[in-house]
Design a protein around this ligand. Structure first.
Ligand SMILES: *Cc1c(COP(=O)(O)O)cnc(C)c1O
Length: 373
């Protein structure tokens, strides 16, 4: 093993079970497995989530949905981000629910239904305040009316109505979230008046799943929490929410060498040794998802101690200054994990780099093999 991302599928199962327990009465879990399962592997994560009790799966793109179906996973599945002209027919044939934001997407879904001879399952999205995907509130009545008409023709079935919060880390109390929940409730009245009777209404991301039970409706739609990270680190740790981080990123020291005091280290010499010391070379770089902004900052555990990246993170490698500690080529380096053996967590990386834990796990590169246990 040079480098691997060790994925604890038991943690994913347990996290989904914990989220299902936390969901308000009547609400089930749609586990979000987009972006290669937040870096943990799409199909293995999807399987583990279903084993943990996820009734639905959610992804962004059609090809992600088709990869889930190709793996033989047949639970209800929503894909919510498409561009004009994409092949919706394959998704309709595979029984994938399509997110629909406007009349054009509704019509493309109906066309896919005509092409395949199957009803297109669509889930209408209303923009309640994120100003990203979804129909503007002003356009919502027209979209609902057109969907009702398409449903009457048998071409589409409106299986869901949904929206998404702007303050993923704001906790339950953020006033914008409260405002969005109100707009969603009003949008549901429009749905009702249009004669639509969707199976599922859903709004809650990880943060709302953990902190805002009034927003759970029929489904909660957590992503990050499935992988055991806290979406609201300022409010609670994974442990406090009954979650366990599922990814450990491990590498191996490739080389050590003694260098004198005053040695400039790595590109641009942004680190200089203060005394004679040992440098350890770690074969992992920004092409593998270690941000270059981790230069002189990224925390790692090596030889039972926490250390920081020394100097610039390169494409394939970075260095550590280990002083006079007994460190040798072949020793294991832990970048992050659940934190139970003293190693840093993805949250520690996010805090050190001024980003969010989402970005730390999702950017682990394709060159890093995932191993599953
Ligand atoms: C990514 C995403 C989610 C999951 O968000 P988390 O904050 O990871 O729980 C839910 N819904 C939509 C529309 C998303 O894009």
């Amino acid at each position: 093993m040079r480098t691997e991302a060790r994925i604890d599928l038991g943690a994913i199962r347990d996290n989904v079970a914990a989220l299902a327990d936390r969901a308000a009465a009547g609400a089930r879990v749609m586990a979000v497995v987009k972006a290669d399962g937040y870096g943990h592997g799409l199909v293995p994560s999807a399987r583990a989530a279903v084993e943990g009790g996820a009734a639905w799966l959610g992804v962004a793109f059609l090809e992600e949905a088709l990869a889930v179906r190709d793996a033989g996973i047949d639970v209800p599945l929503l894909a919510w981000l498409t561009t004009p002209g994409e092949d919706r027919s394959a998704a309709v044939a595979a029984g994938v629910d399509l997110g629909v934001y406007d009349l054009a997407q509704l019509e493309e879904s109906a066309a896919a239904a005509r092409a395949t001879g199957r009803t297109a399952r669509v889930q209408l999205k209303v923009d309640t305040g994120l100003a990203r995907g979804g129909a503007a509130v002003a356009d919502w009545p027209d979209l609902c009316a057109a969907a009702a008409k398409a449903e009457a023709s048998g071409e589409v079935s409106v299986t869901g109505v949904w929206s998404h919060f702007a303050f993923a880390d704001g906790g339950a109390d953020h006033p914008v979230n409260g405002e969005q929940a109100k707009v969603f409730a009003q949008a549901l009245e429009v749905v009702e008046r249009a004669g639509l009777r969707p199976e599922v209404r859903h709004l809650a991301n990880s943060a709302a799943t953990l902190t805002a039970p009034a927003t759970h409706y029929d489904l909660v739609r957590p992503g990050l929490a499935v992988y055991g990270l806290s979406p609201v680190p300022q409010l609670g740790t994974p442990e406090q929410y009954g979650l366990r981080p599922a990814m450990t990123l491990a590498s191996t020291v490739a080389l050590t060498k003694r260098v004198p005091a005053g040695t400039g280290v790595s590109y641009l010499h942004r680190y200089t040794t203060e005394r004679e010391t040992t440098l350890a070379l770690v074969p992992l770089g920004y092409a593998d998802g270690v941000p270059r902004s981790a230069t002189n900052l990224g925390p790692v555990q090596l030889g039972g101690r926490r250390r920081s990246v020394a100097g610039t993170v390169c494409m394939d490698q970075f260095l550590l200054d280990v002083g006079d500690d007994e460190v040798a080529a072949g020793d294991e380096v832990l970048l992050f994990g659940p934190g139970t053996s003293g190693e840093p967590t993805a949250q520690d990386w996010a805090d050190a780099l001024g980003t969010i834990n989402y970005e730390i796990v999702t950017r682990v590169g394709a060159r890093v093999p995932r191993t599953y246990a």
